[in-house]
Design a protein around this ligand. Structure first.
Ligand code: BTN
Length: 254
C-alpha cells in the first residue's frame, strides 16, 4: 500500500487508528516474537511517550507516530547507536522530500529553525549481555499548524508543513524513511558505526559549540567535541577535562 522498496523494514505493518502508544504495542509484538522490521503506525496516540517520562503530543492524522522493531546482534551498551542511525535516516528522508535541511541535536532531537520537528525514543528488551529486540519510536511532526499545538509547545515545536509552507504526504514520508533507515541499518551491520558517525556529525548542530548538558547527577558546561564510537557525547569543560555524557538534556548557548 505504501509502495515500499525495502526488504525487511515495514514488511509487516500494523496500522492502528487510535492507540495509547505505538511503543507499547511494539513491545508486546516483539515479546510475542514479531520479526525484525515489524512496524507499528498509529493515526493518533492518546498517551504518546517521550524521553525522560515526558509526553509526546500526537494528534490525529497529522504526524508520523511509528515504532520499528529491530533485532541487531549487538551488546546492550551499543543500543544508543540505533537512535543516531534513525536520526540520520529521518534527516535524509526530509531532505529528499523537501528542500529543507534539518539538524540533529544530540542525542535524538531533530530541529528545523531551532525548533523540534522529530523525537526518537529507543527502548530495549535485553538480557545482561544480549539484545533481544530494540523498539525505535519515531515521532515526526508533519502537517500540524501552529494552532494545533498547546501553548507550552508553540515556541519549541514545529512541523514540516510549518517550515515548508505546504503539506507533505505522510505515506510518502514513511516510505522514504523506511528505505533510508534500512540502507543505513545494513551499512551499520556491515561496516560498523564509523560511517554513520561521520554522517551524523555532518548534520549535528551541537558539535564545536558551547552547551550545558543536564544529566540526572548534575549539569556539565563546556564545548561539545563530538561523539564516541558508541554514540556518547564528549564535552570539554573550561579546565580541559573531557566528560562522557550518556544521557542528558542539552541546552545550546545562544
Ligand atoms: C522524545 O523526543 O522525547 C522522543 C519522542 C518519541 C515519540 C514517538 S511517537 C511514536 C512512538 N510512540 C511513543 O509513545 N513515542 C514514540
Amino acid at each position: 500500500r505504501l509502495g515500499l522498496q525495502t526488504e525487511t523494514l515495514g514488511r509487516q505493518i500494523h496500522h492502528e487508528e487510535s492507540v495509547d502508544s505505538t511503543q507499547k504495542i511494539a513491545h508486546r509484538l516483539a515479546y510475542e516474537g514479531a520479526q525484525e522490521g515489524t512496524v507499528v503506525i498509529a493515526e493518533e496516540q492518546l498517551s504518546g511517550r517521550g524521553r525522560m517520562d515526558r509526553r509526546w503530543h500526537s494528534p490525529k492524522s497529522t504526524g508520523v507516530w511509528m515504532s520499528v522493531i529491530l533485532r541487531p546482534n549487538i551488546p546492550p551498551p551499543k543500543a544508543p547507536q540505533l537512535t543516531l542511525i534513525t536520526a540520520v535516516a529521518v534527516v535524509q528522508a526530509i531532505e529528499v522530500l523537501t528542500d529543507l535541511t534539518p539538524q540533529i541535536k544530540w542525542p535524538n532531537d531533530i530541529l528545523m529553525n531551532g525548533k523540534k520537528v522529530t523525537g526518537i525514543l529507543t527502548e530495549l528488551q535485553a538480557d545482561a549481555d544480549r539484545i533481544i529486540s530494540i523498539i525505535i519510536g519515531i515521532g515526526i511532526n508533519v502537517n500540524q499548524e501552529l494552532d494545533d499545538y498547546p501553548d507550552e509547545l508553540k515556541d519549541i515545536a514545529t512541523s514540516i508543513s510549518i517550515e515548508k509552507g505546504e503539506k507533505l504526504s505522510r505515506a510518502e514520508l514513511i516510505r522514504v524513511l523506511l528505505g533510508k533507515l534500512e540502507n543505513l541499518y545494513k551499512l551499520y551491520l556491515d561496516k560498523g558505526f564509523y560511517p554513520i558517525k561521520l554522517l551524523w556529525e555532518s548534520y549535528a548542530v551541537s558539535i564545536g559549540k558551547n552547551l550545558t548538558a543536564r544529566t540526572i547527577t548534575g549539569s556539565i558546561y563546556g564545548k561539545a567535541l563530538g561523539i564516541t564510537e558508541d554514540g556518547v557525547l564528549m564535552i570539554e569543560d573550561s579546565s580541559g577535562k573531557v566528560h562522557h555524557v550518556y544521557s542528558a538534556d542539552i541546552e545550546l548557548d545562544v
